[in-house]
Design a protein around this ligand. Structure first.
Ligand SMILES: [Fe+2]
Length: 253
């Protein structure tokens, strides 16, 4: 970042905070309490969560505004590189007794030029029906509900998995306390995490939500965007979610 931009942003940040103190007549005691929350979050190892919950998604909107492709989403803290490569019919690794409704996720990948992308690759990871991730929560088999797969010759894809559950951001520490003080719940709506790559295109890291999901309007991380909500159809007990991804060519900007 150029030094003059850094100076301008920090000076504006300082001015904004000073104006906030005056506007709300913030007392010294209130100031101390606010700074203690930030310090306690850092000491509890929740420093990044504090800022990610309140601010991170907004910076992705700034990036997305310059793009014609699908909106960017949060990577989140639970990505693990090296998930198993699946082959059609692309069944996500699951326990024999995996809980949750069957979810078929399908769609297509194309470029902003409209061209179908037959060599696109997905890296997908998700929570289970209890809201937990393999490799993070002990007791879940390695790579459960994590997999990589590709598009077909016409740029379409389909993967079969289970419906993930909403899950809370950590509630025991200072962040949970802040959200509760604000009268907010701690939950993130159910979502799929995806990284989509294709030759000569920029990597798309995003999260997809479900049109019939809970907490869409009150996501604890404030990360849901209209362009990231997949419609869902029901076929008996099977849920079918569809989404078409649009990738940005390397030369777009
Ligand atoms: Fe997640």
């Amino acid at each position: 970042m150029p030094n003059d931009r850094l100076i301008a942003i920090i000076e504006d940040f300082e001015k904004t905070l000073l104006e906030l103190v005056q506007r709300h007549r913030i007392t010294h005691e209130e100031y101390r309490k606010a700074t203690e929350v930030v310090l306690a979050s850092v000491q509890a190892g929740e420093g990044s969560i504090l800022f990610d919950v309140f601010l991170e998604a907004e910076t992705l909107d700034v990036e997305s505004a310059h793009r014609k492709g699908s909106p960017l989403g949060l990577l989140g803290p639970f990505y693990l590189p090296g998930a198993p490569r699946l082959e059609p019919p692309n069944m996500m690794p699951r326990r024999p007794d995996e809980k949750g409704d069957t979810l078929i996720f399908r769609g297509a990948v194309r470029s902003t030029t409209g061209e179908a992308l037959p060599f696109a690759e997905f890296d997908m990871w998700q929570a289970d029906a209890d809201g937990n991730y393999s490799g993070i929560m002990p007791g879940i088999p390695a790579w459960n509900l994590r997999g990589r797969f590709g598009t077909a010759v016409d740029g379409t894809f389909e993967v079969t998995t289970i419906q993930p559950a909403p899950y809370p951001v950590p509630g025991d520490g200072p962040i949970g306390g802040v959200l509760r003080e604000l009268g907010r719940h701690l939950y993130r709506p159910a979502h799929l995490h995806l990284q989509v790559t294709a030759p000569d295109h920029e990597v798309l890291t995003t999260q997809l939500y479900f049109a019939d999901g809970d907490y869409l309007a009150t996501d604890a991380a404030n990360a849901v965007r209209d362009g990231l909500i997949a419609p869902v159809e029901l076929d008996g007990d099977v849920r079918i979610a569809t989404y078409d991804f649009v990738l940005e060519p390397h030369t777009a900007r």
